[in-house]
Ligand binder design. Structure first.
Ligand code: KIV
Ligand code: NA
Length: 265
């Protein structure tokens, strides 16, 4: 197994080396990111919004995560593939979490799983890690809780910052190998990063996190509409793909395609 390991990521934190993480939902895109040297790929339940056409991550199922995780694993040889546990697949308790996570590891080939929640998910994290499944935690804004939390910045104010730190410590103590912090003010996220020995993976959590993650369709400019403040667009794929589709359509209607070199005699 020449894939990136939990140990590699722990060493990176010791050495002060930052690393990137991207989401991936299919084998071909994942192979591009693997070849580009992205060490960790997340089969995020953001697939609900950007791949499956749902409004939120809440409807995403275990079958959907398992199918797309298997595709991302098949498309890669070096990246650690982390699969999200979807809403409803771990909230009942540690035993349910273990059953769900085991499926993603055994059936889909995930190298680790991610689940949302700090103190509230510590019991689940502990059993998974004791059972041999690496766990990435996810605190701050947790999109599966949209119906109770909304999509607001988390950890703002003294009390919320203290809770975020308790959540971070709780997942570290439970054995998580890393923790995503989503939409957290920079000073709070920085304090958490300095207080933990496991790497923090920021998304809208400022520059001091040990790693940074973005949803690939956001970072590549494929997602339509207004994007959150924390996104940086590194390409304009939506425009490029639309242009390609329009050029193809124009060629077909005008008779410009196919030509001699595309045809068989
Ligand atoms: O599902 C996802 O894409 C995520 C990242 C934003 C961390 O959980
Ligand atoms: Na997610």
């Amino acid at each position: 197994n020449r894939r990136v390991s939990v140990r590699d990521l722990a060493l990176a934190k010791e050495r002060g080396e930052k690393w990137p993480m991207l989401t991936a939902y299919d084998a071909m895109t994942a192979s591009v990111f693997d070849e580009a040297g992205i060490p960790v790929l997340l089969v995020g339940d953001s697939m609900g919004n950007c791949h499956l056409g749902y409004e939120t991550t809440v409807p995403v199922t275990m079958d959907e995560i398992a199918m797309l995780t298997a595709a991302v694993v098949r498309g890669t040889s070096r990246a650690m593939v982390v699969a999200d546990l979807p809403f409803g697949a771990y909230q009942e308790g540690a035993v349910q979490a273990l059953r769900s996570a085991t499926r993603l590891v055994k059936e889909a080939g995930a190298g680790a799983v991610k689940l949302e929640g700090g103190e509230r998910s510590a019991e689940q994290i502990r059993l998974l890690v004791q059972s041999g499944i690496p766990v990435m935690a996810h605190i701050g804004l947790t999109p599966q809780s949209v119906h109770t939390m909304g999509y607001r910045v988390q950890g703002r104010g003294e009390e919320a910052a203290a809770q975020l730190l308790r959540d971070a410590k709780a997942v570290q103590d439970a054995g998580a190998f890393a923790v995503v912090m989503e939409t957290v003010p920079t000073p709070t996220a920085t304090e958490v990063t300095r207080s933990l020995h496991i790497p923090t993976v920021g998304i809208g959590a400022g520059p001091e996190c040990d790693a940074q993650v973005l949803v690939w369709t956001d970072m590549a400019g494929l997602t339509p509409g207004k994007l959150p403040r924390f996104v940086k667009r590194y390409a304009e794929l939506r425009g490029a793909l639309g242009d390609a589709a329009r050029a193809f359509a124009e060629d077909v209607t005008s008779g410009g395609f196919p030509e001699e070199q595309h045809s068989f005699r």
